[in-house]
Design a protein around this ligand. Structure first.
Ligand code: ASP
Ligand code: MG
Length: 407
């Protein structure tokens, strides 16, 4: 007998019919002798609808009240799923985040989980119940309702699995696993049977938005066995695991990730002297703007150009900040480009296989794609390119690294 946490996303519970389908899947699992804890998202579109509603009554909804409103989506789903389970003869009990006591900090709309009281859930399971928990929400020490950020139900699932020491955390979604890249761009993309946490983090942070990134960090930290699989199709999905668990010979590259949402800023003609990077990026960080790639060119006349990328939504804010510091640091001008994209090759294998970077650059060169910035980590090489070349770049790299499915 195993203890399994299953998380069902918004599409999987998107209609009464689909909720009944989830109930049948859960009932099947329980009938096989497993204890099942289910975490659900709001029905698809519901969280967006609630946020839009809040924005209709206030230009800037108060974060505490916004959490009160958006957390209701999940509350509806837990009740409906329990009713559907009862209807087919399965004992089930629903819990909001506050009722389980998923204790979080007080950072409304992006709270972090501090502790989960697993005892009541265990007791219910031992009495033969399926326990259904609302994803995405918790409660702070003063009893305020909090939410964990968009996509936060994944994190609820993983955190519960960690607290309950579950045998596996299964994330049911509308895709059947993690792919080598987005199949909408590369039809030859393949589903991966297994991938490491590190690789998944790189793929997730780079835009393969299968799982909330925080849930993957959490799973890696607490060694939760995590599996992504489809609610609509049978299959083993993709196992996300620690490296040691992988027995098979792995290819050098596991996937090609990309992100369209990039913008580049360049501070032109700044003096080439100590402290400049800090004076440029300090105020950017203070404004909570994440900087990704950074490049500094050495000029010959004692000045240099300093470029970096931010997400497109932060561009205007960043430009304003730079305009504010421009004179102080002695820069000539600020320029920006909001049509950038980032493409990355990701794989544990590159730690032991040299030549990945040169192969990547050669492949892009052969297509006449200009690389504007480069950044690397142990298991990833990323380049910033013009957005219009993004799909081409992903396709040729997918092929060059042998990821295309055999015809
Ligand atoms: N319902 C929330 C959202 O749409 C949380 C989740 O689905 O994971 O972001
Ligand atoms: Mg999701």
């Amino acid at each position: 007998m195993a203890l399994i946490v299953q998380k069902y996303g918004g599409t999987s519970v998107g209609s009464p019919e689909r909720i009944k389908n989830v109930a049948r899947k859960v009932a099947n699992f329980q009938a096989q002798g497993h204890q099942v804890v289910v975490v659900v998202s709001a029905m698809s579109g519901e969280t967006n609808r609630l946020i839009a509603l809040a924005k209709e009554v206030a230009t800037q909804p108060d974060p505490r009240e916004l959490d009160v409103v958006v957390s209701t989506g999940e509350q509806v789903t837990i009740g409906l799923l329990c009713m559907a389970l009862h209807d087919i003869g399965v004992k089930a009990k629903s819990y909001t985040g506050g009722q389980v006591r998923i204790l979080t900090d007080s950072a409304h709309t992006k709270a972090r989980i501090l502790n989960i009281d697993e005892a009541p859930v265990k007791k219910d399971l031992d009495e033969g119940n399926v326990v259904v928990v609302a994803g995405f929400q918790g409660v702070d020490e003063n009893g305020n309702i909090t939410t964990l950020g968009r996509g936060g139900s994944d994190t609820t699932g993983v955190a519960l699995a960690a607290a309950l020491k579950a045998d596996e955390c299964q994330i049911y979604t509308d895709v059947d696993g993690v792919y080598t890249t987005d199949p909408r761009i590369v039809p030859e993309a393949r589903k991966l049977d297994a991938i490491t946490f590190e690789e998944m983090l790189e793929l997730a942070s780079l835009g393969s938005k299968v799982l909330q990134i925080r849930s993957v960090e959490f799973a890696g930290k607490y060694k939760v066995k995590l599996r992504v699989l489809s609610s609509f199709q049978e299959g083993e999905g993709t196992l996300i695991t620690v490296e040691e668990d992988q027995k098979m010979e792995q290819p050098v590259i596991s996937g090609i990730a990309f992100n369209r949402d990039e913008a580049k800023l360049t501070v032109l003609g700044v003096p080439d002297k100590p402290g400049i990077a800090y004076q440029i990026l300090g105020p950017i960080a203070d404004a909570n703007v994440d900087v990704d790639m950074i490049i500094q060119n050495v000029g010959h006349d004692g000045t240099t150009d300093f470029s970096f990328t931010v997400s497109r939504g932060d561009l205007d804010k960043a430009v304003k900040i730079l305009e504010g510091v421009k004179d102080h640091i002695g820069a000539r001008a600020i320029s920006s480009d909001k049509t950038m994209a980032k493409v990355s090759v990701v794989g544990m294998g590159m730690r032991s296989h040299p030549g990945v970077a040169s192969k990547m650059f050669r492949t892009l060169a052969e297509e006449g794609i200009n690389i504007q910035m480069i950044s690397t980590s142990e298991i990833k090489i990323s380049v910033a390119i013009e957005e219009k070349y993004l799909e081409l770049a992903v396709r040729v790299l997918h092929k060059a690294f042998g990821l295309d499915a055999a015809a």
